[in-house]
Unconditional design. Sequence first.
Length: 170
Amino acid sequence: MSLLPIIEYPDPHLRERAAEVDPALLAQPAFQKRLDDMFETMYEAPGIGLAAPQVDVLERFMIVDVSEERGQPLVFVNPVIRKRSEALRAHQEGCLSIPGIYAEVTRADGIEVEALDRHGKAFTMRVDGLLATCIQHEVDHLDGKLFIDYLSPLKRSMALKKLAKLRKRG
Ligand code: NI
């Protein structure tokens, strides 16, 4: 396995809509290796989710593991969020593509998501809490959306100033 470079804001590739994955490609060793590399990269970072566009692959798949012991790896290929609860949940979010920046974002507390697993098998999951927050954040990446887009103009500009400062400091 190998660590993959994570692209960072404001890389324009983070703003593109990723393409559907052809399920026939899932059986290819190259696709499976990419998933393994993404897990290694996410665990090393460390992060709880990583979408393919963040490693500069403009395709609709992503990985998630919100468990404390980092032992519940989930793969979502061509995910679609079918339902969102009316109940909301606020969470202090961060993103490996916007390192060092955290801000509260409010999203649906519960969701129903459909996707293919890493072997191309379709599944439906109903989840809530942190896992639902994380899945919504990662699906946004597949649509070129970032968590800072949810902030007020003032909070966003403060976040981006902080990012510039952190980068200057190295
Ligand atoms: Ni992110």
